[in-house]
Design a protein around this ligand. Structure first.
Ligand SMILES: Cc1ncc(C[n+]2csc(CCOP(=O)(O)OP(=O)(O)O)c2C)c(N)n1
Ligand code: SF4
Length: 290
């Protein structure tokens, strides 16, 4: 890195380390992500959050399915599993039930979690399994060439919707809340401090939590939809985002075009017994557990 400033022109400044270095698997770097991709910011927020909460890193487990977002499980230096496409949630459910002491997080893409993995998401949330699901929503299948996915907005161009998508997309916070999540929030990669706080909250909360991260994918979504490169998309987020914690669910639809706002916030924070708590209650009631 060249240091600019009085008397420093031409000098090389070497950076010895970063406070979060121990949270990354250095041997896996450099990462595969494109310039301007939001995944680095999303991963940094997560690294800050797992470091700050009062849960030893040894007890934290990170899982993902397949895709560019799925790489996160391989880069973060906690026990992690890069599972098959769409199967991170059943894997996480099994881990949590077998070892309730673990803090289990799934960090994956919109295609992975809501297309091939959609049914697993529904049932884990319905059961209120105590896991955290973080979805990076870039509105397309980034890794495989920018195809349309279940969150692609109406009119958006992808490699498989040349004339614009004509499918209604999922509104992810609405979906998560409707099927039983106890904590639901959405931020863009521009809102790093809010996002870190939400992650901290989710990691410490009992029950099924869901965080959506709206993130630039210049390669698959930004350029074809005139949102431009990563930095331009962040500018777009700055202009269009509205923090509204008490927004109505249908206000949270994402259009990603024109004057439509991007509503972000901490939308739901509630309590109800988890899958394991209900199981224990039931076993005690029937006399199978003291
Ligand atoms: C069973 C199976 N089907 C298809 C694929 C190909 N595939 C790899 S990644 C991916 C989509 C990833 O999209 P998303 O989850 O949105 O992640 P992104 O790359 O955008 O972060 C697909 C379909 C696969 N790996 N396995
Ligand atoms: S294709 Fe998109 S999501 Fe994948 S690394 Fe490139 S910018 Fe990021």
């Amino acid at each position: 890195m060249s240091a600019k400033g009085a008397g420093n022109e031409g000098k090389i400044e070497t950076v010895e380390g970063h406070p979060l270095d121990h949270i990354l698997r250095q041997d896996r770097l450099p990462h595969i992500w494109c310039p301007g991709c939001g995944l680095g910011s999303a991963m940094t927020c997560f690294a800050q959050a797992i470091e700050r909460v009062d849960i030893p890193l040894k007890k934290q487990v990170l899982l993902s399915g397949i895709g560019c977002t799925g790489r996160i499980a391989g880069y973060v230096n906690v026990d992690s599993y890069h599972t098959t496409h769409g199967r991170a949630i059943p894997f996480a459910t099994g881990l949590k039930i077998a070892n309730p002491e673990l803090c289990v997080t799934v960090f994956s893409g919109d295609g992975d979690l809501f297309a091939i993995g959609g049914n697993h998401f529904l049932h884990a949330a319905r059961r209120n399994v105590d896991i955290n699901v973080i979805c990076v929503n870039n509105f397309n299948y980034g890794m495989t060439g920018g195809q349309q996915g279940p969150t692609t907005p109406v009119e958006a161009k992808t490699t498989t919707t040349r004339y614009g998508s004509f499918e209604h997309p999922f509104n992810l916070p609405y979906l998560a809340a409707a099927i039983g999540a106890v904590y639901v929030s959405r931020w863009t990669t521009l809102h790093c401090r809010h996002l870190e706080k939400s992650m901290e909250k989710a990691l410490q909360k009992k029950g099924f939590t869901f965080i959506e991260i709206v993130s630039p994918c210049p390669t698959g979504f930004g350029r074809p939809n005139k949102l431009g490169e990563g930095l331009e998309e962040l500018r777009y987020y700055r202009e269009k985002s509205v923090i509204k914690n008490d927004a109505s669910w249908d206000e949270m639809d994402l259009h990603m075009r024109g004057e439509e706002p991007i509503v972000v916030g901490d939308f739901l924070d509630t309590e109800k017994p988890t899958y394991l708590e209900l199981e224990e209650q039931m076993l005690r009631k029937r006399g199978f557990m003291k």
